[in-house]
Design a protein around this ligand. Structure first.
Ligand code: GDP
Ligand code: IMO
Ligand code: MG
Length: 445
């Protein structure tokens, strides 16, 4: 990649495309790795030297000792989860000193009642589905993400990381929060003792004290880094089709996880992003509810799940599997402004006689479109129009150059690039850092 440039890494499907692996790979050529959205709903897996790391809140750059990491104001932080992640990395010999990790004082705090609310709401919505009704439970990760962002928008009941550092402010806020939230949780059918503001203040003030060395004004810190000529890498969590505004609403998460969330979630203007790498899984997966036109409920989907080990990093849920939806990927690349693609998990497709690519949708009236339908109700009515291409029998997970790839695999990559209108710069053929083939200018794989 060109020195002195800032890069965004963003998933172009419904998550779990392999963003963590690419952020880890590109970290070597950047100085600061920045999370701008989401929370511990994310699960980013990084594998190198025989070690596997699953990160939820910490940017994947934390595994590169030369990098500084920033948890921006757009992230929702569960303080206990963050401390657990820091402790477990330190126990594995990776120091997370305060100079290496900055947490925004404006990031909103995920409290225990947010997680309870998330779970209770999901259960009430699932119970309320009658025959033929739309299922409005989202299949969330139950990490309290939606209720925390809702409090941010409500404003008066929100708690930010900076608030954890002042016991009086925290107590005053929690007095009213606990009164209101206890009633709401009761209405949602949660039979528990009333929330106790004194106990919550004590616990969260103590957590705040442990995290205090990391908490700072990250907006100024990031602008200072830019002024110093440092290279920033923005690590998207979740993915474009889960974006609250541009994803398959209402089956989305509660933040702007496309690159459009970067300015708001960091305080940096969008023109500072020089290149955007769209991460594309070579097939389709989705966790949770919501339409998924290319889902394969037969043996092909099952084979992909087993070969790709498609079970959630955060919840362990089996991921729904299917073929690559190029209509969806092209839409996401457009919304995110991608300049290049990384195609991941290509090794999983070895051994299929034929592969299917969705290149258009057939609408209920019989007409065709190559435009995505982000509205979930509309998307649920489309039928994929398939292009069938030859597969390749051989395993490719040991290959290190483009030339060594089977012709059918190279044709598959070319078709993706041509349809999306973006070059494929990186191809991943296994979870390890080393199992990466560089085609373009993006990474020093
Ligand atoms: P993220 O949320 O986008 O960072 O992706 P996840 O980490 O949740 O899921 C991707 C999974 O695929 C992880 O278990 C990775 O270790 C694994 N992975 C990444 N790239 C490859 C690849 O090229 N081939 C295979 N077989 N696995 C991969
Ligand atoms: P990474 O960063 C896959 C999905 C959930 C659910 C919906 C809303 O690992 O790619 P939430 O808990 O956010 O309110 O859930 O969004 N979801 C993800 N699916 N990967 C993720 O993150 C996800 N983050 C949220 O499964 O359908
Ligand atoms: Mg994941």
């Amino acid at each position: 990649m060109t020195p002195g440039r800032s890069t965004a890494v963003v998933g172009l499907q419904w998550g779990d495309e392999g963003k963590g692996k690419i952020v880890d790979l590109l970290a070597a050529e950047h100085d600061v790795i920045v999370r701008y959205n989401g929370g511990a709903n994310a699960g980013h897996t990084v594998v190198f030297d025989g070690n596997r790391y699953a990160l939820h809140l910490l940017p994947s750059g934390i595994l590169s000792p030369e990098c500084r990491c920033v948890i921006g104001n757009g992230v929702v932080v569960d303080p206990r989860q963050l401390l657990n992640e820091i402790e477990s990395l330190e126990a594995r010999g990776i120091p997370v000193e305060p100079q290496r990790l900055l947490v925004s004082d404006r990031a909103h705090v995920v409290m225990p009642y947010h997680k309870e609310h998330d779970g209770a709401m999901e259960e009430m919505l699932a119970r309320s589905v009658g025959q033929g009704d739309e299922n409005l439970s989202i299949g969330t990760t139950r990490r309290g993400i939606g209720p925390t962002y809702a409090d941010k928008v409500y404003r008066s009941l929100a708690i930010r990381m900076g608030d954890l550092l002042d016991a009086d402010v925290l107590r005053q806020r929690l007095d009213i929060v606990c009164t209101i939230r206890t009633r709401e949780l009761e209405a949602l059918g949660v039979q528990a003792s009333p929330l106790d503001p004194a106990a919550l203040t004590e616990t969260y003030f103590a957590l705040g004290q442990q995290l205090a060395p990391y908490v700072t004004d990250t907006v100024y810190a990031l602008h200072d880094a830019v002024s110093d000529g440092q290279r920033l890498l923005f690590e998207g969590a979740n993915a474009c089709l889960l974006d609250i505004d541009h994803g398959t609403f209402p089956y989305v998460t509660s933040s702007n996880c496309s690159t459009l969330g970067i300015p708001a979630g960091t305080g940096l203007p969008g023109q500072l992003i020089d290149q955007t790498i769209g991460i594309v899984k070579a097939y389709g997966t989705r966790v949770g509810e919501g339409p998924f036109p290319t889902e394969d409920l037969g043996p092909d989907g099952e084979r992909i799940r087993e070969r790709g080990n498609e079970y959630g990093t955060t919840t362990g849920r089996p991921r729904r599997c299917g073929w690559l939806d190029l209509v969806a990927v092209r839409y996401s690349a457009m919304v995110c402004g991608c300049s290049a693609l990384a195609v991941m998990l290509l090794d999983v497709l070895s051994g299929f006689d034929e592969l299917k690519l969705c290149t258009a949708y057939r609408l209920p009236d019989g007409s065709m479109t190559d435009r995505f339908k982000p509205d979930a109700r509309q998307l649920a009515t489309v039928q994929p129009v398939w292009e069938t291409v030859p597969g390749w029998p051989e395993e490719i997970d040991h290959l290190t150059s483009e030339d060594a790839l089977p012709t059918a695999a190279r044709d598959y990559l070319d078709r993706i690039a041509a349809f999306v209108g973006c070059p494929v710069d990186i191809v991943s053929v296994g979870p390890d850092r080393a199992q990466t083939i560089q085609l373009g200018q993006t990474a020093s794989a």
